[in-house]
Design a protein around this ligand. Structure first.
Ligand SMILES: [Zn+2]
Ligand SMILES: [Zn+2]
Length: 441
């Protein structure tokens, strides 16, 4: 209550309207005290709040409380507004060639940026901040049961189908040419890839081919040597390294450009992604089972988009950092079960970077942790997919023996050898041995 007195005293003294019976006095320690400290008067007020003198000295208690709340709200609002202003000012004015924060070193960039590129980066950052904030609200709605089950199922279905379209379509079909598909399936996958809102197939392919060709170097768009945050999401929020720009302009994507499905999606990408990624997911629950428009938008559009994006992002971050390297220990990509679950089967990433043209993206494991392969096989059975490319187990085993880190499940360590005359010394090892001063020869 002391604080209330203090705030009121300051407020009233500033306005020159000191409440009657209250005399302000500044103490040596700068705290303001009143002269109404007479114990008899105070006890009188406490025992009889309706006492005429007391009630005339101070506004009634609820007004006091309300005013204090208002005052605190004002202070809070002032600071928040200042914070938001700083964030947006920083976002809008910062040179995009400077890295994620003002305290990280700038990258020397000789590539001239167009205003479109600068504006695009700004848009993305503001969009991503907004997207993640409202998604937290979406999680809260789901946890507190403010969403209809049908809406959650709709969001999950849409999320899964769009992830499969990214994995089986944009990735295995268009980026790696691991199999061929007839146009109805290609059209369906391009549509669901648009639902995922991860840029057009052509942009996706360009980024991904450069990623494979120059993996974990400056020319890799999501170079994992620059840390988890950068390879996960940061790379989308800053302009690419000049080496990426340069390699991207040279990578061959003519095969994808000549596909009319990809060309049409590229041409109308902006309206299509807004319609399929945001408007349709919002309207369906509202129209068919009377979900609230706001709830529907937050859960089926915003939250669903954020979660599927992170499923894909994990391949670039976690599956380039944590896990085993049974096929090639000299590269960063790893085998990671969790990423496979999150991305419908893309976590077998050490295998994938070793044999990128294999349509299964993995050597072992079944459909449970590789739903995209189940999808491709299903459509092969339906006659929509043909020419699936894969690598023979012998070839894989040979490669794993040669460059793997020894964690391959079928990896067998042969018996040790004690020396030259041991019968277990492999024939090929004998053949490459040099014998100096060989008397027998
Ligand atoms: Zn990769
Ligand atoms: Zn790939």
């Amino acid at each position: 209550m002391d604080e209330v007195h203090r705030l009121y005293s300051i407020y009233f003294s500033r306005n020159g309207a000191v409440p009657p019976g209250l005399e302000l006095r500044l103490d040596a320690d700068s705290s303001i005290r009143t002269n109404s400290t007479d114990s008899r008067e105070n006890s009188q007020c406490a025992s009889a709040p309706s006492h005429r003198e007391c009630s005339s000295s101070w506004p009634s208690s609820w007004i006091r409380q309300a005013s204090l709340k208002l005052f605190k709200f004002y202070i809070f609002g002032k600071h928040s507004a200042k914070g938001l202003f700083i964030i947006f000012w920083y976002e809008l004015s910062m040179d995009p060639r400077v890295r994620l924060s003002p305290w990280s070193p700038p990258v020397k960039n000789e590539v001239k940026l167009s205003w479109d590129e600068v504006f695009l980066t700004r848009q993305r950052r503001i969009f991503f901040i907004f997207n993640h904030c409202v998604s937290l609200l979406g999680i809260y709605y789901c946890l507190t049961g403010q969403v209809k089950i049908a809406t959650v199922i709709w969001a999950a279905l849409l999320g899964s189908l769009s992830l499969i379209a990214v994995t089986a379509g944009a990735h295995r079909l268009w980026s790696h040419r691991a199999y061929k598909a007839r146009w109805p399936l290609r059209l369906a996958m391009a549509a669901f890839q648009t639902v995922a809102v991860q840029y057009s197939v052509l942009n996706w392919v360009r980024d991904h081919r450069v990623h494979h060709k120059f993996v974990d170097t400056d020319a890799d768009p999501h170079n994992s040597r620059r840390g988890f945050f950068f390879s996960h999401i940061g790379w989308v929020l800053v302009l690419p390294h000049p080496a990426v720009q340069e390699k991207k302009s040279r990578i061959d994507t003519r095969d994808v450009e000549s596909d009319w499905v990809v060309a049409a999606q590229y041409k109308y990408y902006l309206p299509l992604s807004v319609l399929l990624g945001y408007i349709v997911p919002t309207l369906v629950p509202w129209y068919f089972w009377s979900e609230g428009l706001w709830t529907s938008h937050i859960v089926a559009a915003q939250l669903r988009h954020v979660l599927t994006s992170h499923g894909t992002f994990l391949i670039n971050s976690a599956a380039h950092m944590w896990g085993t390297r049974p096929y090639d220990k000299n590269i960063k990509p790893t085998e990671n079960m969790l990423v496979s679950v999150a991305s419908m089967g893309e976590g077998w990433h050490n295998y994938h970077h070793t044999f990128p043209w294999d349509y299964k993206n993995a050597e072992l494991w079944d459909y449970k942790v590789n739903l995209a392969t189940a999808w491709v096989d299903l459509f092969a059975w339906l006659g929509q997919v043909y020419e699936r490319k894969t690598v023979s187990p012998e070839m894989v085993a040979k490669r794993a023996r040669r460059t793997g880190d020894g964690t391959h499940p079928h990896h067998h360590h042969g018996p040790g050898v004690w020396g030259w005359n041991d019968d277990d010394v492999p024939q090929e090892d004998r053949a490459i041995t040099r014998i100096i001063d060989n008397k027998a020869a």
